[in-house]
Design a protein around this ligand. Structure first.
Ligand code: PGA
Length: 250
């Protein structure tokens, strides 16, 4: 049985004060009621030290929204996996579509970031997904496969034993247009089958999350689909009530 996980991706939102408030609310509720699956929050880098204090000894996992493709050195603006670990980060999103599309991160760069996370024991949350144009051209599977293959070439399929995949169709991110359960299921099944073709045990244990306009009112339907093991939540993770409702929908 795969344990489901819901991860909040705060992106570049909030202030120190609003972040404290949100984290405290999440922590209090989970302390009181426990959680069904796992819960994680990927906060902006500068809030990580504060988040670490607030989440101390909470089961809520702390994560970053990216990680450097190198271990240390002259890489201005980057944050290494080791640095993140020093602050008790357990998760690191890599290859989010905003990084790929707005900042030009290639499949190879994402694969290098993934590798750094794996090598230092952080759990990478590898985002894959097609744009609307790619979907309309019938290139959804090819796009996702190319994104996965770059990672397999660099780290091997076995690395997925310590990773999470998030399928996020770009056209559904922040648009309010959620993929239907069936659209999501189809791609999730494709990913799992591809991996099963190489290593069945890895495919069986791998958690594949759906992301893209998951809200309290559609979470349950999406999470009830076979092959969907939780969600990566953007906008709705900025509000404690919404995020917790989604977390308790697994
Ligand atoms: P959204 O973002 O939930 O706001 O659509 C999801 C994501 O980008 O991970």
């Amino acid at each position: 049985m795969r344990r489901s996980i819901v991860i909040g991706n705060w992106k570049m939102n909030g202030t120190l004060e609003s972040s404290r408030d949100l984290l405290q609310k999440l922590r209090n509720r989970v302390d009181r009621e426990g959680s069904r699956g796992e819960i994680g929050v990927c906060v902006p880098y500068v809030f990580i030290p504060e988040a670490r204090e607030i989440l101390n000894r909470s089961p809520i996992l702390l994560g970053s929204q990216n990680v450097a493709d190198q271990s240390s050195g002259a890489y201005t603006g980057e944050i290494s996996a080791r640095m993140l670990q020093e602050f008790d980060c357990r998760l690191a999103i890599v290859g989010h579509s905003e990084r790929r599309l707005l900042y030009g991160e290639s499949n190879e760069l994402v694969a290098a970031r993934f590798r750094q996370a794996i090598d230092s024991g952080l759990v990478p949350v590898l985002c894959v997904g097609e744009t609307l144009e790619q979907r309309e051209r019938g290139e959804t599977f090819d796009t996702v496969l190319a994104q996965l293959n770059a990672v397999f070439a660099r780290s091997g399929v076995q690395s997925l034993l310590n990773a999470i995949i998030a399928y996020e169709p770009v056209w559904a991110i922040g648009t309010g247009k959620t993929a239907t359960g069936e659209q999501a299921r189809e791609v999730h099944a494709f990913i799992r089958n591809k991996i099963a073709g190489i290593d069945e045990a890895v495919a069986e244990g791998l958690r594949i999350l759906y992301g893209g306009s998951v809200k309290p009112d559609n979470a349950r339907d999406l999470f009830s689909m076979p092959d969907i093991d939780g969600g990566l939540i953007g906008g709705a993770s900025l509000d404690a009530e919404s995020f917790l409702t989604i977390c308790y929908s697994v």
